[in-house]
Ligand binder design. Structure first.
Ligand code: NOJ
Length: 541
């Protein structure tokens, strides 16, 4: 069975969704409570960020036990209830599998540290560190106890990379995936899965960061094929997505083309780096529309022509809110949110909605560094100061770029802490919650537009399955594409700016049906003026 392309995935950061115990941390019972809300939105599957036992140094991406529930979030009975009640609502779950690394508190690492050679082979331990950099700053190697040796950690120092060359490691990890598969989940999101295949010998790199020695290596495709065969591949209805760090189109085609039996789809992040100065995250720069348009077109066209499949998204738990990055949010929040939504939900790929996006949530506007929790942000702040930035400049950068921007509590209503918790939230709620919350937004223009987009994907095979081709490639303001399927055609125009723009409509579409507009437009014409952040979908049945 091939992937069901009518599905839409909703991402929940469990820590921040809904707290039912008053401990300030969201929990599985909170997710159960909100399943009717999610059903109302119309989504099919919920991706949950890690909720396993973990020291929470990287908010759960540092796992110390892969097959249990962290008591912070509930217990296994809660998990089973969640899966069951989810199915009653037509909602399946996708779990986050962090298989590139585990916490140094995991028993595998602890046994390795205690001198067990079997477990030492689970990790990369060597006498001399290479010049590779950790993605969270500093060296990617740390002293391995008092042995005089070093272990590899591409992420935080407490996240030790697992050695996939060792068949015992692969065997253990496949068991983990099957444990959750057998609990009734229907999807997996594989964390940074394109860095699991490392070179056989780890050496200094000419680039001095190590990336060429572990990114998209051919052996990773072999590992994914093995994973597929040993776990979810036995059930054709599974939805799997790989998070790909600094990847290429060629590799994403290989990861996702159905005849390769690797994954259903891939996340790439190139479009979310168009506001990086010289490729560096911790900088301030307005987004580069030309680059964004070019990336969307190139990926859209290539994946379409070569049978690859992308996961489409604007937001996740690692990104500041897209509304703050791509939209004049002060004046056009509704228009911008709906335009951004249409630009991916009508495109080719599986759309992901990150919690709060459906009500137009924005960055929290914290006042002080003390409000931030994320290890990457606090490390970056120190690095910015060390590089000579003033505390004010460094803070402005963190405010714009921190991952905590999207991790703030879900804004349910205007009661204290946005209705997320009756206790002290683990991360402060955003300042906007009295105005932007589910109670206020559920009948509003953004939520109802998302409902329409989700419904359209189910009604029209053209949206779910159609090919992608770029349109209006030279427009300075409009990102547009066409979809084609069995004689049907769709043209989607998205104005990415607060200024109106007049366009000549492609001849075929001048009398087309208006399938969707975020301004209630009802008629196509020869020449049309797109209003600020307008999105317009013209349909030829
Ligand atoms: C990607 C995850 O999305 C991010 O939150 C995490 O810090 C890294 N992988 C390391 O697991």
């Amino acid at each position: 069975m091939t992937l069901d392309k009518t599905k839409v995935v909703y991402q929940i950061y469990p820590k921040s969704y809904k707290d039912t115990t008053g401990n300030g941390v969201g929990d599985l019972q909170g997710i159960i409570e909100k399943l009717p809300y999610l059903k109302e939105l119309g989504i099919d599957m919920v991706w949950l960020n890690p909720f396993y036992p973990s020291p929470q140094r990287d908010n759960g991406y540092d796992i110390s036990d892969y097959t249990a529930v962290n008591p912070l979030f509930g217990d296994m009975a809660d998990f089973e209830e969640m899966v069951r009640v989810g199915k009653e609502h037509g909602i399946d779950f996708m779990l986050d599998m962090v298989l590139n690394h585990c916490s140094i508190e995991h028993e595998w690492f602890q046994k390795a540290l205690a001198g067990d050679p079997y477990y030492q082979d689970f990790f990369f331990i060597q006498d001399r560190p290479t010049d590779w950099l950790s993605k969270f700053g500093g060296s990617a190697w740390a002293p391995f106890g008092d042995t005089g040796k070093y272990y590899l950690h591409l992420y935080d120092v407490t996240q030790a990379d697992l050695n996939w060359r060792n068949p015992h490691v692969r065997g253990e990890l496949f068991k983990v995936v099957n444990f959750w598969r057998d609990k009734g989940v229907k999807g997996f999101r594989f964390d940074v899965i394109n860095v699991i295949g490392k070179d056989a010998v780890l050496e200094d790199c000419p680039e001095h960061d190590g990336k060429p020695a572990y990114t998209d290596k051919p052996i990773t495709h072999d590992y994914l094929h093995m994973l597929n065969e040993a776990t979810f591949g036995q059930d054709g209805s599974f939805v799997t997505v790989g998070e790909m760090s600094a990847t290429t189109i060629e590799n994403c085609i290989l990861y996702t083309a159905p005849d390769r039996h690797e994954l259903s789809m891939a996340f790439n992040f190139h479009h979310l780096k168009v506001d990086y100065e010289a490729g560096q995250k911790w900088t301030l720069k307005a987004f580069d529309f030309e680059e964004l348009k070019h990336l969307f077109h190139t990926w859209g066209r290539e994946m379409s022509e070569h049978d690859g499949w992308s996961a489409l998204f604007w937001n996740n738990h690692d990104q500041p809110r897209a509304l703050n990055r791509f939209v004049d949010v002060e004046h056009f929040r509704n228009e911008g949110a709906t335009m951004l939504a249409a630009s991916i939900h009508l495109s080719r790929g599986t759309p992901y909605i990150y919690m709060g996006e459906e009500i137009g949530m924005i960055d929290p506007e914290y006042d002080s560094m003390d409000d931030y929790v994320d290890v990457e942000s606090t490390n970056a702040y120190q690095s910015l100061l060390a590089a000579g930035q003033s505390p004010e400049e460094a803070f402005r950068i963190i405010q714009a770029k921190s991952r905590d921007n999207s991790r703030t509590p879900m804004q349910w209503d205007d009661s204290p802490n946005a209705g997320f918790t009756t206790g002290q939230p683990w991360l402060k709620a955003g300042k906007s919650y009295p105005q932007i919350n589910v109670t206020k937004e559920q009948d509003g223009p953004i939520f109802t537009f998302y409902q329409k987009l989700i419904a359209l994907r189910k009604e029209l095979p053209l949206i779910a399955e159609g090919s992608y081709s770029p349109a209006y490639e030279d427009s300075p303001q409009i990102y547009a594409f066409e979809r084609h399927l069995a004689g049907q055609k769709l043209l989607v125009l998205n104005n990415f700016y607060p200024d109106p723009i007049t366009v000549d409509i492609l001849p075929d579409y001048q009398n087309a049906q208006v399938l969707l507009s975020n301004y209630g437009e009802s008629q196509a014409g020869q020449v049309m003026t797109l209003k600020p952040y307008e999105t317009l979908a013209l349909f030829l049945p």
